[in-house]
Design a protein around this ligand. Structure first.
Ligand code: ADP
Length: 188
């Protein structure tokens, strides 16, 4: 089983690159943001709860996110592996993912970290808001909050995978194809 974590700040290109990688390696794409947005659209209780955090650029509480993620993994018992996109976003989520995969006899192969500077992230998110219809992309204050939350709560997750020798840094600037090539090389 090949389990990859695609890591990086909001707007780094995780979703865009996942589209290619899932086809190339025959993996299941698991984006926690996408699952929350699907629940919001479907009007579920989980969606209602998640929206109150997402609208402010805050993280949905770990307990809720972790149990949702486990349920999603369990839906795909035939999967050859997963690309985790937007998860884990806290050290507690990383620890929970590790324990959960281990209980199933699996593990994370590597964390691929897309590195993009802050001014470029803001530009990309504002541009994306035109087509995504995402309220959290259209508001500069919410974007800034997401970036702040990334530095405070999510960036430390890299250390978790560095300690395991699984962290790989990828330059996230360039054309979509150039970045894809770098990712494929890093995955090996
Ligand atoms: P982006 O990477 O551009 O911020 P996502 O779709 O990954 O977009 O996430 C959108 C929002 O969904 C986040 O700002 C957060 O509120 C919520 N979210 C997504 N993944 C998680 C997670 N693993 N833990 C907590 N909240 C999450």
């Amino acid at each position: 089983m090949r389990n990859l974590v695609l890591f990086g700040p909001p707007g780094a290109g995780k979703g865009t690159q996942s589209e290619f990688l899932v086809n190339h390696y025959n993996l299941v794409h698991l984006s926690t943001g996408d699952v929350f947005r699907y629940n919001i659209k479907s009007g579920t209780e989980l969606g209602h709860l998640a929206q109150s955090y997402m609208d402010q650029g805050k993280l949905v509480p770990d307990e809720v996110t972790i149990s949702m993620l486990k349920a999603e993994v369990e839906k795909h018992s035939e999967a050859e592996g997963f690309i985790f996109d937007g998860f884990p976003r806290t050290t507690a989520q990383a620890e929970a993912l590790d324990a959960f995969l281990m209980s199933r006899g699996h593990s994370i192969e590597s964390m691929l970290s897309l590195e993009v500077e802050e001014s470029e992230l803001k530009k990309r998110l504002l541009a994306r808001s035109v087509t995504s219809g995402r309220a959290d992309d259209a508001d500069e204050a919410v974007i800034q909050n997401r970036i702040n939350v990334y530095h405070a709560e999510t960036a430390p997750v890299a250390d978790f995978y560095k300690a395991l020798g699984k962290f790989k840094s990828i330059d996230g600037l360039g054309s979509v194809e150039e970045i894809t090539t770098r990712l494929v090389q890093a995955i090996g």
